[in-house]
Design a protein around this ligand. Sequence first.
Ligand code: KIV
Ligand code: ZN
Length: 513
Amino acid sequence: MRKIYIFDTTLRDGEQSPGVNLNMNEKVEIALQLEKLGVDRIEAGFPAASPGDLAGVAAVAGAVKNATIIGLSRSREQDIDAVREALKAAQDPCIHLFLATSPIHRKHKLRMEKEQVLEAAERAIRYAKQYFSKIEFSPEDAGRTELDFLCEVTDMAIKAGATVVNIPDTVGYMTPAEFGNIFKTLKEQVPGIEKIQLSAHCHDDLGMATANALAAIVNGADQVEGTINGIGERAGNTAIEEVAMALATRAEYYGAQTTLNLKEIAKTSRLVSKLTGMVVPGNKAIVGANAFAHESGIHQDGMLKEKTTYEIISPEIIGLKESKLVLGKHSGRHAFREKLIDMGYELADEAVNAAFAKFKELADKKKNVSDEDIRAMLEEKLVNTPEVYSLEAIQVSYGNESTPSATVRVRNAGQLQEKTAEGNGSVDAIYNAIDLTTDETVELEDYSIKSVTQGKDALGEVHVVLKQDEVSAQGRGLSTDILEASARAYIDALNRLIDKRKSPGRRDKMSLI
Ligand code: KIV
Ligand code: ZN
């Protein structure tokens, strides 16, 4: 079996998804989970974008030991220097240089002729070569680049010292046959191609990202770039879990495999969804909530007789386990601890005790506490943001013939503030009341709510994005009551905004020119 290297760009291309803005701790949390998943390479960010991005990449480089850490760089010396700075602590650093090569980009964006593009890219690779033994070069918009010019660019990159040449279908324009043909042609026509690795980087604008990546593998790609849950610019990137499971499930067809720890897929997907606030659609391949649900009677009958009639992947492979042990308010500490171990959580005694106290509170409100409830409860505060504000109490008055009003009690540096406000709905009233207890002026950019499990007593999870002076921060809140969850999410986002203000270099996503 040929090994396919997995280059994860959740923290760079994935973080370019609209509305996503991860702070440094969140980046590290995701990177450590990617390390557990066993990805070979982690693109941690774009250090030249801002001091904050540089610090984020540096933090990931310092934390991850078992994966190559990569920083993105335009083909410019100042960007390369920023990557050098960011990757100082990395055990296995790599720089990812890019420059657009397609006629459209050359003419309208770069205003450069082919020769100038070749020269600029070569200069950048040679400069980077003084500092990095691993260099990936991407001819941006390779999919729409003339094939003979792409061969020329690849030839130049190899001679200048690149160790990986990545072929991005930047705008998701390719068909699998066309994209596969690029790899076949490069393999056949570029001298010395066997000395480097070829990589595929696809976007999903026409829903082809995974199919194109697999076509690249069939035609000789050594590496696939992608993100968890397929998040990314516009319609997103190739979903890593889809490629890994396609190779694992159809090993006889592809004759290639990743070395991912497939059992970590579900956990990684949940973490990325939670920290980015990007909800995974129910019908999403591999990690959607319905990916293993069988609704029709005929399918259910088939499944009961023989699972393989309708199931090509068993949920256990990606780390989803059917639980036989349902917990409730009479469950003791021992059963709770067993459940945590069963679910793959290794917690110290103190953390188990704290989680058990939270579980008891939840079990008072919910008859049966499911695995999903426990997971949501444990993962609610994955990353600790300093709590400037905390919610102490909330009281809401609502009637369809009266104006909703809310009273909140919020703690700020030991001081309690209680305020009442009205709004055009209960959530609006709560947010107006919270605003009165703080000195912050913020704008609510996004609000979404989802139920963690089924049933009237399900836990509700609210996700909000707040904006202040062009800086956005997201927040999450969890409760069996959606109004309380809404208040918690708002306060969480406020605390993150304040934290972001203090951290070095705020960034608005900059275009990759
Ligand atoms: O899609 C793209 O072209 C990119 C490059 C920076 C590789 O993300
Ligand atoms: Zn991309």
